[in-house]
Design a binder for this molecule. Structure first.
Ligand SMILES: Cc1cc2nc3c(=O)[nH]c(=O)nc-3n(C[C@H](O)[C@H](O)[C@H](O)COP(=O)(O)OP(=O)(O)OC[C@H]3O[C@@H](n4cnc5c(N)ncnc54)[C@H](O)[C@@H]3O)c2cc1C
Length: 507
């Protein structure tokens, strides 16, 4: 029998992606039906599924990273630094995933950049506050969240020192107790390029190879049913590429944009739109197909505005959010609170009202870019609240009352209505306002792993050779820095396990 006849495939089908019913029937730890899994035919011929070609490896690497977001790139670091052969593959034509599109608010405390800016906060001193935010957002494994929060400073330091990633000077946006555990990329909101491009280039410099436009569709199993590679299908033309690897790191992101998965796990969110066409939950399904446990996916995906940077402006300057009736309805200093309230109360859309203080804030670049790109959703400058109300199409008396009430809260120095703490400062004419809709953007839950990112089975045992990190995994829903730290820790574990394996084989 030819060797290739041993290989089996376990992975995605159109049916498993579309069949919400199949997934809905599977609780945590159960394996969805996997019609792709097959054995070699009686004649020993190589398995070929649904007309797919037999397994034929075109390359072999120590570490295969599937997904080039912040988690995948961070996972590639340690193996590359240990001089392992590393291949990063992404289904899109561009590297970076959602991480590249993200606002760039990285929850880090105690990094060297922050210390140089005179900030004394550390992950330990900030943990209680961060924990409350994570609990409110539905995080389940707070111990692991803490591990990642604590590792985030060394992740940021490593990116800066070893790869030349550039961060903004925190002195520009962190004053007093504001934003003491936030890192931003060099040019502020919307500039993840300053972090991810140096990281990619540094990895290339360390010998990492990249392939784009190839979508992982199935794990490849050897004669002992152990994972030994991954099948990819070209986005254009459908050509198949099989890669053999000693370790596979699945870093394919969340599932907030997968309507079938959202329908199956969090149906109360299926009637709100999604922000990207990425985050389709493919990694979660691939992991489930080899017996990986999916967990925590019933926690609702976070919401933001469909101009996500606008939703983060309240962290850096004074804004007031009002609904179509001109009424304030949520605190404005958390990136998700307005979107959550807008959706929960069925308000449809909301307006972010701002003035010169925001355009002159540390995030002036974001304000200029967003308002010029979205001129049709912007009103202003308006010399009075009445003129603003007219342009927004909201009742003038209600908007006037809202702004009056807001000014009362500013004078009192306390937001008794919604509990906002940041930038409770007056707004003055000329006013501007920009319109937003709530969208899903960050799912919770996913593949169960241990702290080394090893994929766990339903019984809680590591599935050999497969790691997961970032938003594809249950522990990785807390954003850029925690997903980066998760990737870094996973990469270190992968590098260590290869070294151990080599030592054992050499012994
Ligand atoms: C608009 C927006 C703004 C955000 N802003 C912030 C913020 O300010 N701060 C913050 O902390 N978090 C933010 N987030 C969340 C943050 O971006 C994510 O938590 C983080 O990017 C997840 O990183 P990741 O590497 O796990 O996934 P991703 O960055 O999504 O990367 C996954 C990669 O895997 C690829 N992939 C998927 N399936 C396959 C497949 N089958 N085969 C091959 N490749 C595949 C994708 O194409 C993608 O490139 C934001 C998210 C969005 C959408």
């Amino acid at each position: 029998m030819k060797r290739r006849g041993f290989f089996k495939l376990a992975g995605l089908t159109a049916a498993s992606l579309a069949a919400g019913g199949v997934l809905a029937a599977c609780g945590a730890g159960q394996i969805p039906a996997n019609p792709l899994r097959t054995d070699a035919g009686e004649d020993g011929a190589a398995p070929s599924v649904a007309g797919g070609p037999a397994v034929a490896f075109s390359s072999e690497v120590d570490v295969l990273v599937v997904g080039s977001g912040i988690a995948g790139l961070s996972a590639a670091m340690a193996p590359a630094e240990a001089k392992r052969s590393v291949l990063v593959v992404d289904k899109l034509d561009l590297l970076g995933g959602e991480s590249y599109e993200a606002n760039g608010v990285m929850r880090v405390a105690g990094s060297a950049v922050q210390q140089r800016a005179g900030l004394s906060a550390t992950a330990s001193s900030e943990w209680e506050a961060r924990k409350k935010e994570l609990e409110a957002a539905g995080a389940t494994d707070l111990e692991f969240s803490r591990t990642l929060f604590e590792a985030a400073a060394s992740w940021a330091d490593h990116l800066a020192n070893e790869y030349g990633a550039q961060f903004a000077d925190p002195a520009e946006y962190a004053q007093g107790d504001r934003n003491t555990s936030v890192l931003l990329p060099k040019d502020g909101l919307g500039d993840m390029e300053s972090v991810m491009v140096p990281l990619r280039d540094g990895l290339v410099g360390k010998g990492v190879s990249f392939l784009t436009g190839l979508r992982a569709t199935a794990f490849i199993l050897d004669e002992e049913s152990a994972v030994c590679g991954m099948r990819f299908v070209a986005s254009e033309g459908g050509a198949v590429t099989d890669v053999r690897a000693r370790r596979i790191v699945v870093a394919t992101g969340g599932f907030a944009s997968s309507q079938p998965l959202v329908h199956a796990y969090t149906p109360d969110r299926e009637r709100v739109g999604c922000y990207t066409v990425a985050s389709m939950g493919e990694g979660q399904l691939l992991c489930a197909a080899i017996g990986g446990q999916l967990t925590g996916m019933d926690k609702a995906a976070s919401l933001t505005g469909d101009l996500p940077q606008v939703s983060a402006w309240g962290l850096f300057g004074p804004i007031v959010a009002v609904d179509t009736q001109g009424e304030r309805f949520a605190r404005e200093d958390g990136s998700g609170a307005t979107a959550e309230a807008c959706f929960a109360d069925e308000r449809g859309l909301w307006w972010t009202v701002f003035d010169h203080a925001l355009s002159e804030s540390s995030q002036s670049r974001s304000i200029a870019q967003l308002t010029s790109k979205n001129a049709k959703r912007l009103v202003g400058p308006c010399d009075s609240a009445d003129a603003l109300a007219e342009q927004m199409g909201v009742p003038a008396d209600k908007l006037a009352a809202t702004l009056e009430r807001y000014n009362d809260l500013v004078r009192a120095g306390k937001d008794d209505d919604f509990g906002r703490t940041l930038f409770l400062e007056p707004l003055e004419a000329p006013f501007y306002a920009v319109k937003q809709l709530p969208v899903r953007y960050r799912s919770r839950g996913g593949a169960a792993t241990d702290e080394a990112g090893r994929l766990l089975s339903a019984a809680g045992a590591p599935i050999p050779r497969v790691h997961c990190c970032g938003a594809v995994a249950n522990g990785g829903s807390d954003g850029l820095a925690s997903n980066g730290a998760f990737g870094m820790l996973t990469g270190q574990a992968v590098a260590d396990s290869l070294a151990e394996e080599d030592a054992q084989e050499g012994a």
